[in-house]
Every structure is written in C-alpha cells, then in structure tokens.
Design a protein around this ligand. Structure first.
Ligand SMILES: Cc1ncc(COP(=O)(O)O)c(C=O)c1O
Length: 361
C-alpha cells in the first residue's frame, strides 16, 4: 500500500468551506497587504504563544534576519547557530552583516544545549539561535543563562509545548515559518516574529516595511517583507485546530513507540520537560542507508533532510571550515525522517514498522 512521508491535505479537508469563506472575505475587502486579517492573526498568534507581540513577515528566513536586526545584531557581531538544521537558520545571519558561528547539537534530541553552545561563545557573540528542530523544544532558559540573548527558530515547532511555555515565549524573540508543509501552513510563504519585548516588536515592524514607520520617512535600511492578508486569513482558520493537530502528531509518535520501533532504531528523544508536536519524526541508525533501501522497496515515504550539515555547505565554507562538530556529524550520517502527520493512523504506523522489521530481520 505505502505510506506518505506527510499529509497536508487530509487535516484541511474538513475546513474547505471555512477557508473559502476566509478567502472571499479578503476578496470583498479589497485590502491585500497589512490589513485587518494580518493584525487579527498577529494578536491571535501572540496570544497562542503566550507572548505580547507578533509581527507577520514574508517567510521564516526573513523572520530570522529581521528578528536578529531588531535584537541589535549587525556587522562585527557573531551569532551562534547549530549546523544540524535547515540551511536558512544560518543563511539569515550574514544578511544582518554578522558572522555565523556553528555549534554542535545533542544527537539524541537534535537540539542545541547549554553545553553545545558554550564552546562557541566569544566576547563578540550577540545572540544564539536555538532551533527547535523537528518540533522538539530546545532548553532555552539554560542557554540564556549563559548570558546571551536567545532567538528561537521555531519554524518547525508550532504546536509544541514545554513546561516553561510554548515556543515564542521562551527567548528574547522567536521566529516561525508558515511554509505549506509546516505544522501551521499557509497556501504560500509566510512567517512571524514573536516577542514580549516592545522594542524588538517595534523594530521588527519598521524593518519589515522598508525601515519606515509611516511610508513617509525612511529611518533605516529595511525590507519589503510582509505577511499578506490572504495568508493571514487562511492561517486564522487553521490556528484554532493547531493543538488538535499537534496532539495527532504526538499520538502518532506514541504509536511508533508502542509498535516497538524503538527496538529497531533510535527514536527521537524529547528535550526534558518538552512535549513535541513532531513536525518530522526522525529516527537514527548506524546503517541508515540499508534501512532507506527497505523503506523505498515497501513504498514508505522517508527523507534524510540534512545529510550535509550547514557548516559544510559550499556557501558557508568561509565560516564553517575546520570546525569539528561530532554530534552534528553523527546525526547527519544516521538520521532519516519517516511518515508523520496529524492524521497518521495506527495501521499506517504498523506498516512502517513492519518495513523496518523486515529490513532488520
Ligand atoms: C528550522 C527552519 N528555519 C527556518 C526556515 C525557513 O523558513 P521559510 O522557508 O519560511 O523561509 C525553515 C523552513 O523552511 C526551517 O525548517
């Protein structure tokens, strides 16, 4: 039969009428950029995260660049970032004029920790980007206790929770991506900066609009980086369902455990105190290529997202050369994402685990 790596269609099936109504509402308003839908979604999303402010931007990559600049990062500064992440987490740093400094991760959780960040700190460190990878929630408070402001890259962690709060309420600021396959996905690109610091929110609002407060005076070099009304209206329909979808992802993770997958491969470990809304369910095995072959033969969707870590990508060579990151290399070598979605059934999980069992026999 086969099982797809993810399913963006089924969770939305029950929402088609509401989504059409939201699109019609925008059409009737004839307001397409920075109008009532964006303002309302910003309020609703900030409240969901447990933060004071949310600033809609064009995508999750520019959200990071703008948030860093709003936090005061600029030329001559260093920003610590994990190398085991999507490329954009690091790509957003040189765009501020600052230099990315790559740090390691804990390969069991795929997240940065205070211990992996500490060796990368220097007197020039202006911020640390804690990526909540695959929906896990990095230990932000422990990293902030090192004395450096933390920007949460929460692109993959909408719907996740931790005992300290939700992503978005843990660091100085957080950024989200609404890329269509994310836990909360738009019908195009979109992003958000969330913060409880008034100064950061104000700067982010200015920077997203050409460095201007009023379209008359231009006080900084900024960006044209705005979330548009259609995407905001579509996301407002989905936000009230995010917790239910997150629970579906957690339930699928529990099914994998109950079906015995942990006897065959290493399962992703939640960071202490965290309840991940698994964006991707990523398992590890020393002979992962053999397993990938078996999954392919059984029609099971799978993908190794970050086989080449960011610090070894050609465009990052000038900042990544000569760095040794053993946890990153281990994760890069041995990981593979397997099917995960809010609607992944116990039967589909059984089918995936059976393919693993066959390959391990
Ligand atoms: C961890 C991480 N950071 C940043 C981004 C960038 O987001 P976007 O694609 O919306 O620019 C993504 C997703 O694509 C991501 O997964």
């Amino acid at each position: 039969m086969g099982v797809a790596l993810f399913d963006t269609a089924a969770p939305l099936a029950a929402l088609h009428d509401e989504l059409r109504a939201a699109i019609e509402r925008v059409l009737a308003s004839q307001r397409f950029i920075l109008g009532d839908e964006v303002s309302a979604f910003e309020r609703e999303f900030a409240a969901y995260c447990g933060a004071e402010h949310a600033v809609g931007v064009a995508n999750g990559t520019e959200a990071i660049t703008i948030a860093l600049r709003a936090m005061g990062v600029g030329p001559g500064d260093e920003v610590v970032v994990p190398s085991f992440t999507f490329y954009a987490s690091a790509e957003a740093i040189p765009a501020t004029g600052a230099r990315p400094v790559f740090c390691d991760i804990d390969p069991e959780t795929f997240c940065v920790t205070a211990d992996t960040v500490r060796p990368a700190l220097t007197p020039r460190t202006k911020a640390v980007i804690a990526v909540h990878l695959f929906g896990n929630v990095a230990a932000v408070a422990e990293i902030a206790a090192l004395g450096v402001p933390v920007l949460e890259d929460a692109a993959q962690a909408a719907g996740s929770t931790s005992t300290a709060g939700r992503p978005g309420a843990l660091g100085a600021a957080a950024t989200f991506s609404f890329y269509p396959s994310k836990n909360l996905g738009a019908f195009g690109d979109g992003g958000m900066i969330v913060t409880s610091e008034e100064r950061i929110a104000e700067q982010a609002r200015i920077l997203r609009f050409h460095g201007s407060r009023d379209k008359v005076d231009y006080e900084q070099l900024g960006y044209n980086s705005r979330l548009d009304e259609l995407q905001a209206a579509i996301l407002r329909v989905q936000l009230p369902r995010l917790d239910e979808w997150a629970e579906g992802r957690r339930r699928a993770g529990r099914h994998y455990q109950q079906a015995g997958l942990g006897e065959l491969v290493a399962l992703p470990q939640p960071v202490s105190g965290c309840s991940p809304a698994w964006h991707l369910y990523v398992v590890s095995h020393p002979d992962v290529e053999h397993l990938e072959g078996a999954l392919r033969a059984a029609g099971i969707g799978h993908k190794a997202y970050y086989r080449t870590p960011v610090h070894r990508q050609a465009a990052m060579r000038r900042w990544g050369a000569g760095i040794e990151l053993p946890g990153t290399e281990q994760a890069a070598r041995s990981h593979v994402a397997i099917p995960m979605s809010p609607v992944l059934s116990a039967g589909e999980v059984e089918e995936v685990v059976a393919a693993f069992r066959g390959s391990c026999a």
